[in-house]
Design a protein around this ligand. Structure first.
Ligand SMILES: Nc1ncnc2c1ncn2[C@@H]1O[C@H](COP(=O)(O)OP(=O)(O)OP(=O)(O)O)[C@@H](O)[C@H]1O
Ligand SMILES: [Mg+2]
Length: 305
């Protein structure tokens, strides 16, 4: 069954994209873009413009202000559509498939790239605490305007893509970064992966191998790239069974902090602690947190145990 996104992409016409883009462009000036501005810049005959506005509203890609002046803003789905269309126009994506992960922080889609390659497109949502410096609270989210939420989501997309490029080029075990547009990040699909929190079966040696690979990646990030993941846990590690062996892939990097930032040390400690604790309680792997931390900081050559 085609996903809602791919159905919308098929349904929309050029006029609709034009109107969407005009609204997006003007969000730097307006919270709700006045209908006159849309009319003027979209340069469409009134009847076509009205038809587009209606279709976009029905599909919930734009939302009308409840005030007395008529104006429109983009919804997240509207932003998704613009990013998806751009990725298709650039030849990065051929077709969008099913949602494979949906949460408060992102919607993750399976997609097909040219040549039939399966990839993942992660659309960021507003959300994660601003890089852990400000606590995420309801009042914080409520205080953000649509405009700032969209800018925020785009910033997360850019951050995630760029840090994946750095990490991947230095041999960290992360998904391969392929492209980014707005708030959408295209990455290699990790085939046959199981999230670590589901506790995939691992023998003693396999568990040690996976833990070491995670610590190696944390070390590369800290030592070679100069960043700390900041949200590392069993929820952001994929375990992949391939060629008779097992490997770790560390995902979900947009909230990273630079190693030089004040809270970096604290976050590094917490990241390491969560992972070590998980392997101890679920797989019985005994690793000293201090030793693991010394390794990721480069004060010890070999990962424990
Ligand atoms: N490159 C990938 N290959 C395979 N699966 C992936 C990939 N990236 C993400 N996923 C799947 O999507 C889920 C969510 O991804 P991620 O952790 O990056 O996003 P998130 O911001 O935590 O979003 P959510 O709020 O949905 O948890 C993962 O748990 C995993 O199942
Ligand atoms: Mg995650």
């Amino acid at each position: 069954m085609p996903s809602r996104l791919s159905r919308i992409l098929q349904e929309l016409e050029d006029d609709d994209y034009r109107v969407l883009r005009v609204i997006e462009r003007n969000l730097s000036r307006y919270e709700y873009v006045p209908v006159e501005v849309v009319e003027r810049q979209a340069r469409l005959p009134p009847s076509r413009m009205l038809r587009s506005i209606r279709r976009l509203s029905d599909l919930k890609l734009i939302r009308r202000t409840l005030g007395t002046l008529i104006g429109y803003t983009l919804t997240y789905t509207g932003l998704d559509v613009l990013a998806a269309r751009a990725l298709m126009a650039k030849g990065v994506i051929e077709e969008f498939g099913d949602v494979i992960g949906a949460g408060k922080e992102s919607d993750v889609y399976l997609a097909v790239a040219p040549g039939g390659r399966r990839v993942v497109v992660k659309f960021h949502r507003e959300g994660k605490a601003p890089f852990h410096r400000i606590r995420r609270t309801r009042s914080f989210a409520a205080g953000m305007t649509r405009r700032s939420l969209i800018l925020w989501a785009k910033l997360l997309g850019e951050r995630e893509f760029k840090v994946l490029v750095e990490l991947h080029s230095r041999g960290a075990r992360v998904p391969e970064p392929i492209a980014w547009n707005r708030h959408a990040v295209v990455q290699g699909y990790v085939e046959g992966a199981v999230e670590l929190y589901r506790q995939p079966p691992l023998g003693e040696e396999e568990a040690i191998r996976v833990l070491r690979q995670i610590l190696e990646t944390v070390r590369i990030a800290f030592q070679d790239v100069g960043v700390v993941h900041g949200d590392l846990s069993e929820y952001n590690v994929l375990v992949v069974y391939r060629d008779g062996g097992v490997d770790a892939v560390v995902i979900d990097w947009p909230q990273y902090v630079y190693a030089s930032e004040p809270h970096a040390e604290e976050l590094l400690k917490r990241d390491v602690y969560y992972i070590v604790r998980f392997f101890r309680s679920k797989y019985g792997v005994r690793v000293d947190e201090g030793e693991a931390l010394a390794y990721v900081r480069g004060e010890r050559g070999e990962p424990p145990p």
